[in-house]
Write a protein that binds this ligand. Sequence first.
Ligand code: GLY
Length: 378
Amino acid sequence: MIKSEAWLEQSWELALDKTHALAERLGDAFPHVAEGGRYDNCEEAWWTAGFYPGLLWLAHRARPDGETAKIAQRCEARLEKILYNSEAVDHDLGFIWLLSGVAAYRLTGDSESRRRGLLAANLLAARFNVNGRFIRAWNFHSKDMDTRGVAIIDSMMNLPLLYWASEESRDPRFAALAVQHADTVAREFVRSDGSIAHVIEFDPAIGKKVAEHGGQGFAPGSAWARGTSWALYGFTLSYGYTRDPRYLKVAENTADFFLSQLGDACLPVWDFRAEEGHREAWDSSAAAIAASGLLELAKYSARAEQFTKAAESILKGLHHTCTSWGEEHEGLLMNGTVHYPEQRHINVPIIYGDYFFVEALAKLRGEEGLFSVEKREA
Ligand code: GLY
């Protein structure tokens, strides 16, 4: 699928300009949200730390300039120290290392990046709960749930680190754990209408499901928009790596649910089932993730044309209504929502919104995303 349309070329060139300029201004920082126009700088251990280096790798791949890759490598070197503190890492090792070390290794062949990526995969594998057959999400203590038994839908995007590690090391252990986790998620998180739970708590000793929690969604049983996108994209990736048709089916059903809720719009409400009085927050990041996921799904689904068109329509809509190309905003994509229930960062640019928007544009232009299965020799 190689598209070339005026809006796409314009969006792509402006996104590259803006990303290269951002790299010059921020250097090896870890931006997360851009409230008031300027990106903040998070600690290395925050789950979003990979999106900025990932964005820089996409920009470098399209328009190599020497500097951008060096900054991404400096970010990766800063991230390494987290790998030696098992209490500082969580399941988001996948997001962080697929977009930093693994991306660097794939693009440059750097053996240090490969070493770090494999170390991260080992730490992610170590989070697998054998009795419950799930990957533990978080380490923190909570009065609301026993986090030793908690898995969340976002995890589906972390699994490609395990699939990659199995391919790279020729050791099937990592992929075997990824498949068991994906099976648990397909069973416990995915509802018959294609909507998705954000957080499921299991008994950490015996693995039995204890409860669904609303998490970043409105309530248990609701339909957090970004969680739907993580599932759509994540199950597609598991299909890409395993070719298990059950994952393709889940991805298609989730895509149908997402698109039915979105209707003709391009910008989803933060939770499709948020009650009246709570529907004035939007999530452009959910739209960008879904668009990139739909383009991934189009690589495998018999309904490729439909999913490609839907992705194109979302991206074109975002381009026309939701982007900022001037200097007043460092973010690319306006109107993302991080955590509505905790009232954190509502209707603001978010680094993963920017990352997935650019990744999706790259895919529309015929390139691969950084989560995708590598093209192999036949
Ligand atoms: N919990 C990760 C997210 O906000 O999508």
